[in-house]
Design a protein around this ligand. Structure first.
Ligand SMILES: Cc1ncc(COP(=O)(O)O)c(C=O)c1O
Length: 504
């Protein structure tokens, strides 16, 4: 038996290092520290660990905390306990040390499932490796002037809290269950009413399937409507989130160029036969153009002819600042080839993660049951609060407020850009959504402008980043949704200076 004293020190150091893991319970921090020490063979097989009492005293933890960590390590086979003699590092826990500190047996389905090794793709499936390349979620989305962020500080938190706690106070046990048949029926009903009235969507409540947002809706469409190797047409430039989902599902991505009338199917490669067509016809992301009626008709014809499914992402249609909202593409479709996808991310707050699909009636039952089978969804209490939020008219009031606020912010930003850039400030996106596009002369180095603006604390995005193929238009995507009105002139000035610094 080996001497335990250095083990004490080692564990103390490992535990101290691990303390930076904010928010984790202390037993979990200790568990991680011991597990890591075993996997990296700092704690060799056969080493005896201090008693839980000693360790608790040494690390100034409660004995229960140490017992919980040990229990988990014993259950997972990292430690073994021998009656009367103590707890030891298990021999079976040893193994060749691999990059990233994982053993081969610690593989894809273990506690570390999905954790990439250091090069990012090591033991992942092909699909996982493709997904890992996107490297999303590295930072919070919200940055001043970045992308298409909503200002969720405008969300009526008090009203929402009251509705949520009322739902819970009623003690309705059925709201604690899994959600079946596409989610909470009263919410699906109010969504159907809302879409019929405001977006001219042809919909009955049975066709509405609640999801955890657009990404989830797109993933379901990819899984239920296409097979690996099938072709999906997506807009170029377009929404990287959609591309990521389709790519990870093994679909063949066919970028279709966008022009001032939206996605142009005439520019598709000859003979390309889509199974899915993903687009943002009301407010093309990121260019901010609305699809013409002629284009809409032509795409519907292609979908009917090819027996393809159109996925209409109507992510921010509530946010139009002049004229009436455009009717949906789905409402024009008489062949039932459109899946209409909506979200509450932009008009409530992104983390609410409630979205919806309106699926053709022939698919409704299959979609409702597939959501259940694939996900066992829940969140009925939140869905119930949201149904009430809409029924009581709070949603409509909130949207009116958002429209007014964002329209003012947009105007301010345009004013600042025009004051600084004069003739050179070409805004080509329609008055809608949460960002605008500032066009730059052909061939401009928009990524360099992005970098210069960032050095000044203003995070705009280069338009050329949104292309799959070679970018044919240069510009900047500038968010105005999340920025406080009194900072817009400052950021507008920074953008203008960055433009002038690069384009001389
Ligand atoms: C084109 C587009 N669709 C959908 C969304 C919203 O996605 P989700 O509902 O997953 O939050 C976004 C968010 O930026 C978007 O840009």
């Amino acid at each position: 038996m080996r001497h335990a004293a250095p083990t004490d020190e080692l564990l103390r150091a490992a535990f101290a290092n691990a303390q930076t893991a904010d928010g984790l319970p202390r037993y979990r921090i200790l568990y991680d520290a011991v597990r890591r020490a075993i996997l990296s063979q700092q704690l060799a097989p056969g080493v005896r660990l201090p008693s839980t009492r000693e360790l608790a005293r040494d690390l100034e933890l409660s004995r229960n905390t140490v017992l919980s960590a040990f229990e988990a390590l014993l259950a997972e086979g990292y430690l073994v306990s021998r009656a009367g003699s103590g707890t030891f590092v298990a021999h079976a826990a040893a193994g060749p040390v691999v990059r990233g500190g994982r053993r081969p047996s610690d593989g894809a389905r273990g506690a570390g499932a999905g954790v990439p090794v250091r090069d990012g793709t090591g033991e992942l499936s092909k699909r996982g490796a493709r997904l890992a390349r996107f490297r999303g979620g590295q930072r919070l989305e919200i940055l001043p002037m970045g992308g298409s962020e909503a200002d969720f500080t405008l969300f009526p938190m008090k009203q929402w809290q009251r509705l949520q706690s009322r739902q819970l106070r009623q003690g309705r046990l059925d709201l604690l269950d899994y959600a079946i048949k596409g989610g909470f029926e009263p919410l699906r009903r109010v969504i159907a009413d809302y879409l019929r009235a405001s977006r001219a969507v042809r919909v009955e409540v049975e066709q509405v399937v609640l999801t955890a947002g657009t990404q989830h809706s797109l993933d379901l469409c990819a899984q239920l409507l296409a097979d690996a190797g099938d072709t999906v047409w997506i807009e170029d430039p377009g929404y990287w989130g959609a591309r990521c989902v389709f790519d990870a599902s093994g679909l063949k991505i066919e970028p279709i160029a966008v022009d001032p009338e939206g996605m142009n199917p005439e520019l598709a490669p000859r003979g390309s036969r889509p199974r899915l067509i993903y687009l943002t016809p009301s407010n093309q992301y990121p260019m901010g153009v609305a699809m013409s009626l002629a284009r809409r008709r032509s795409l519907l014809q292609i979908a009917a002819r090819e027996r393809a499914w159109i996925i209409e992402d109507d992510y921010d249609s509530e946010l139009r600042y002049s004229g009436r909202p455009l009717a949906s593409l789905q409402g024009l479709d008489s062949s039932e080839r459109v899946v209409y996808v909506g979200t509450f991310s932009k008009v409530l707050y992104p983390g609410i993660k409630i979205g919806y699909m309106v699926v053709p009636s022939a698919l409704a039952e299959s979609f409702g049951s597939a959501v259940y089978d694939l996900q066992r969804p829940g969140q009925l209490a939140v869905q119930a609060a949201l149904a009430e939020f809409i029924e009581r008219g709070y949603f409509a009031t909130h949207i009116r407020k958002l429209r007014q606020t964002y329209a003012e912010r947009r105007e301010r930003l345009i004013g600042a850009l025009q004051a600084q850039l004069g003739e050179a400030s070409r805004i080509t996106s329609q008055p809608a959504g949460l960002h605008l596009v500032l066009r730059l002369p052909d061939g401009s180095d928009d990524e360099r402008i992005e970098a210069v603006a960032k050095e000044r604390g203003t995070t705009v995005r280069a338009l050329s980043r949104y292309w799959i193929g070679p970018p044919s238009v240069r510009g900047l995507v500038i968010g105005f949704g999340y920025t406080a009105p009194d900072r817009l002139a400052h950021h507008g000035r920074n953008v203008a200076r960055a433009v002038r610094a690069v384009i001389t």
